[in-house]
Design a protein around this ligand. Structure first.
Ligand code: GAP
Length: 442
């Protein structure tokens, strides 16, 4: 059985994601809501594992980065200062005939609709921020915005964090949270949506060290994806041309992944200079300059920002791990997810539903749960089908209880990728699996 051809791969993954409970369309029973997606039982575990892996790499394993969880709604002046109110726009055109909407910068002919050949409207600027009202009055004074990036919550808290945690540049502040953009053309499943989660870190550095830290983070972020199993040949770094740079950036480089729909941005690493701290100081009237105790001088640190998307990363891990292997009866679909990302770490499978096997399996299952190893118990259908179901869910290990277990208290461990099987004492399953998981994430 061959893997689906590239154009079909995305639809195969979308249908696997739904069938196995990774990702559902939002409000499906009402016909769905365009570009909104819900993570099911396997998807929520996968995405949580992606976020935890990021937090471990960016915060817990480092001495120079701390975390933050800022609110989604912020003072409206934040978006004036950041430039989002005036500049966070995309050029938009509508077809007068079929009413389809397009990003003008994605079209080569700005007169003719690429879908129906109809006439297009003139180009308009469209602000991507979602607006809402705070409190009971729905007027301009009550307008607030759903944040379009988590970064601004970090900038406005720069001194709060720096002083309370007693930090000295170079240091970073990391945050994971929802962001909202009223994208004109969302699409490609969870790749471009209007509600999504970002994993952003602002690294504040002495001005003279900006280029060295920019290079450091470009390298570190590419390595992170590879350390979690992304194939190196599917990753590339794309440095932005000067005319492509955002208004705040001195330099920017995207980590791109080759999705079935082409090379696309997973994460951007930007040198934001001192733009944001200076803007907020000016607009709020409160200086966010850092006071250097050694030189007795105030200065605005430069900022290097690795900004990733949790949904995009999750999609990349899903796509990259997907494989169809073997021929005929041996054929299988498998998600070769890194063990630390796999939603279920181990499945416990009694060979048959009698002769004391379910009881022995239940004991192992309880032991795994007690050791906080995310496990799954399955006694339905043939053992081959149960292995196939776990391969397709990306479960790295299966533990099978068979008739030999009842005589010598050993069980079989089957490894997902190699399909190698070996026996271990039933009493050591939890520690064996925990050790394997630890080794894989080292
Ligand atoms: N603070 C900088 C910033 O927000 P960005 O390149 O606009 O930079 C960072 O966004 C990351 O957030 C992107 O690389 C992507 O992974 C994710 N992202 C941005 N817009 C998205 C969308 N509409 N849907 C899903 N993820 C998105």
């Amino acid at each position: 059985m061959a893997a689906p051809s590239t154009p079909d791969l995305m639809s195969t993954i979308v249908s696997l994601a739904k069938r196995r409970g990774f990702i559902f369309q939002s409000s499906e029973i009402y016909g769905g809501l365009n570009s909104c997606w819900d993570y099911g039982p396997l998807g929520v575990e996968l995405k949580r594992n992606v976020k935890e892996a990021w937090w471990r790499a960016m915060v817990h394993s480092r001495r120079d980065i701390v975390g933050l969880d800022a609110s989604i709604l912020m003072h409206p002046d934040v978006w004036k200062a950041s430039g989002h109110l005036s500049g966070f726009t995309d050029p938009l055109v509508d077809c007068k005939n079929c009413k389809e909407r397009f990003r003008a910068d994605h079209l080569s002919d700005l007169k003719t609709c690429p879908k129906c050949g109809g006439e297009l409207t003139a180009v308009r600027r469209f602000n991507l921020m979602f607006k809402t009202f705070m409190g009971p009055l729905e007027d301009d004074s009550a307008t607030v915005y759903m944040r379009p990036e988590t970064a601004q919550g970090i900038f406005v808290n720069f001194l709060n964090v720096q002083q309370s945690a007693r930090l000295k540049p170079p240091f970073g502040i990391a945050q994971i949270g929802k962001s909202f953009r009223n994208e004109i053309t969302p699409g490609n499943f969870t790749y471009r949506t209007r509600e999504f989660e970002q994993m952003e870190m602002e690294f504040f550095v002495p001005v003279a060290e900006d280029e060295q830290w920019y290079d450091y983070w470009k390298h570190a972020r590419r390595e992170w994806y590879m350390s979690l199993g992304i194939k190196p040949e599917k990753l590339r770094m794309r440095e932005h041309a000067k005319e492509e740079l955002a208004h705040y950036a001195k330099a920017c480089c995207d980590v791109e992944y080759e999705f079935p729909f082409g090379w696309s941005e997973l994460e951007g690493i930007a040198n934001r200079t001192d733009f944001d701290l200076k803007q907020h100081s000016e607009h709020s009237g409160k200086s966010l300059a850092y006071f250097d105790e050694e030189t007795k001088q105030h200065y605005f640190p430069y900022v290097i920002e690795p900004a990733a998307g949790a949904d995009r990363a999750t999609l990349a891990f899903l796509v990259d791990s997907y494989a169809v292997e073997g021929e005929g009866k041996e054929a299988r679909t498998v998600l070769r997810l890194h063990p630390s990302l796999a939603p279920i770490k181990v499945a416990v499978l009694p060979l048959v539903k009698r002769d004391g096997m379910p009881e022995a399996a239940e004991k192992i299952y309880a032991d795994l749960l007690k050791n906080s190893v995310r496990s799954f118990y399955d006694h339905a259908s043939s053992i081959g089908r149960r292995y196939a179901r776990q391969d397709e869910a990306g479960t790295p290990y299966c533990v099978t209880v068979d008739s030999q277990t009842l005589t010598d208290e050993t069980v079989t461990i089957r490894e997902r990728d190699s399909r190698v099987q070996y026996r271990v004492p039933a009493a050591t399953v939890a520690t064996t699996i925990a050790a394997k998981l630890k080794e894989a994430s080292a």
